[in-house]
Design a protein around this ligand. Sequence first.
Ligand code: C2E
Ligand code: MG
Ligand code: MG
Length: 705
Amino acid sequence: MPELPKDITAAELILVIEDDAGFAELMHSTLVDEGYRCQNFACGRDAFDWLAVNSAEMIILDYTLPDMTGAAVIERMRELGLSAPFVMVTGRDDAGLAVEMMKTGACDFMIKDTTFLDRLPAVVSRALHEAQTRRKLERAEMSLRQSEARLARAQKIARMGSWEWNIASGEINWSDELYHIFGLTPGEPAVINMEWLYTLIVPLDLPVFKKAILNSIKSCQPFNLVYRITTQNAGEIVVTSQGEVECDESGHACLLSGTTLDITARIRAESEIQQLINYDTLTGLPNRSLLHDRLHQAIAQSVRDKNLLGVLVLDLDRFKGINETLGHRAGDKLLKSIGARLQACVRDSDTLARLGGDEFVAILVGVTHEEGITTVAKKVLAIVSEPVYIDGHEIYTTCSIGIAVYPMDGDDSHTLLKHADLAMYQAKELDRNNFQFFSRDMNIKVLERMMLENSMRKALERDEFFLVYQPQVDARTGRITGMEALLRWQHPDLGLLAPDKFIYLAEDNGFIISLGEWVLRTACRQNKAWQDQGLPAVRVAVNLSAKQFGQYHLDEVIASTLLDTGLEPRWLELEITESTIMKDAEKNTVILQKFKGMGISLAIDDFGTGYSSLSYLKMFPLTRLKIDRAFVRDITTNPDDAAIAEIIIDIARTLKLSVIAEGVETRAQMQFLSFNNCVEMQGYLFSRPVRAEEFANLLKNGLKY
Ligand code: C2E
Ligand code: MG
Ligand code: MG
């Protein structure tokens, strides 16, 4: 057997099964000359042995072989799953045989005559080409089938079906998935039309559906529509359909096709999210956020209708006592049942909301005169004071109501709520279980204070406080050496409040003790967290108020906070104002000594504003003096302020204390201070106090000023 030419190994390999050795040799050389590779076998068995481990692009087969007939070879090839095209060769000119061979799948049939070798290359080339085309087609068909299957799978997963409506014949074609979505068995009914489809659509949505389809057909524009379907197994479902129109030459719509997607789950999830965002989980009533929306809308409505609008703020009397004696669960049940009773007092168009705790708000719309509001308030007082039975207890409760009326008492939601709140405090002050309309004569200052005090107690539980951090900087290098933690209150009605708006109140009523502990703990925990994240370690300064400072066991509170948060004492600094520390200087020395012993730094805040006795200052175990920003402000223009600042810097040097200037806003102030040997500074020039996330960035990337 001749060797295969090396240089055409990549060419198609043709198998020649021919027992006439001379003829086989001729075929071989003809094919090799044409650039094919060729493999010859003289009998069927040898050929099949070879085919068991090799494959050929094409087979040229002699019809009569010593061991089997051509028909038997074909049969065997089929059994083995071989699909190579083949050309049958025979010595006989037999048309019947030719037809038979073509039927078995032969590509061609050739007679061994004198022109055979001349015709052979063309026959082979055509057969190979046809086979190649067939393979391509098969692959395309396969990939179409696969992508159809993929589409069906995707549609099934997405709960999406496709459809086609032949407008002329009225016939509608549906994908199986569409039947599934509609809770039907695919193919039932076999013939579907629009009339039948209409019966599935929820009647309320039908006019919209018809209109959308009609518009689409008329205008030849696509449509997109959400509507509901009544299914047999899944009840009402929500679907969205998108369709496109195909028009004929005359521009008339002839085909409408598109997809329909089941969006019930999505709608449900969306409404659950809305429910969580807008409603109180205990009573199911709208919460504060939805209340503001509704109040907004109600005001707009009142403007249009020229009606009054009543805002009732209602607070249960002595609810705290009930909660404490009977437990929170009983308290919750009471709130639920009161919520349900209140709902019965207002109309459907009104809004009843729960603001949290034992506070409810009702918005009464479409009121023509104030008596209407009075009637509701009286009804509410009566219905709330009826006994409630909870876990075998008969509970009596009353409430106090404050009322503000639009437009007299305010024309925006915040003002109306605030005034109704103030009126409610007035009602509580009087003898509870009554209602009060807001009036300008009310002692607003006193009431505002009461309101703020009251909401402050709730604020800690409601997470309304947070800390901001302001960097303290070494002005020589620009490096952050520390930070001051400053308190902020995100008040639900009054917005963001700075400490000067509420710290004095907290000090007056003693709340500063809990609040101060929260600040200390939060600041220490945050500082430790930053250190754990690998950010540069810096000290955190926490402000202590006079009340806190006088607190019994303050040292223990601080020690346990450090222990709990894992912050090393050297990274904590306490800021105490000059006036606080000088008030009872001797006693304070003992307290400060304890702090010093723990390894904490101590700074005197707002230094220069009080009267410090230098002898005491010497006695106190201090770390730092903070030059009050009142002197820094005009340091470059007012010689007195400049002199005071210089004296403070001098005192610090004499007492071997560090010094820091606060309120540095300009480069000129910075230069003056640097020139006078005050290197540490804090102020807007470097950075305003920022939220924790932003401060972490400053620590990581440094300051830009
Ligand atoms: P402070 O301890 O003297 O804090 C510095 C105040 O100056 C901060 O006001 C800060 O925002 C502001 N400030 C910083 N740089 C500049 C500047 O360049 N220009 C100007 N104009 N102001 C600057 P904030 O945060 O309103 O605090 C006011 C005071 O409230 C504090 O004065 C401190 O006495 C008290 N405070 C803040 N947080 C707490 C706290 O957690 N507990 C207690 N007890 N008091 C606090
Ligand atoms: Mg301070
Ligand atoms: Mg200060």
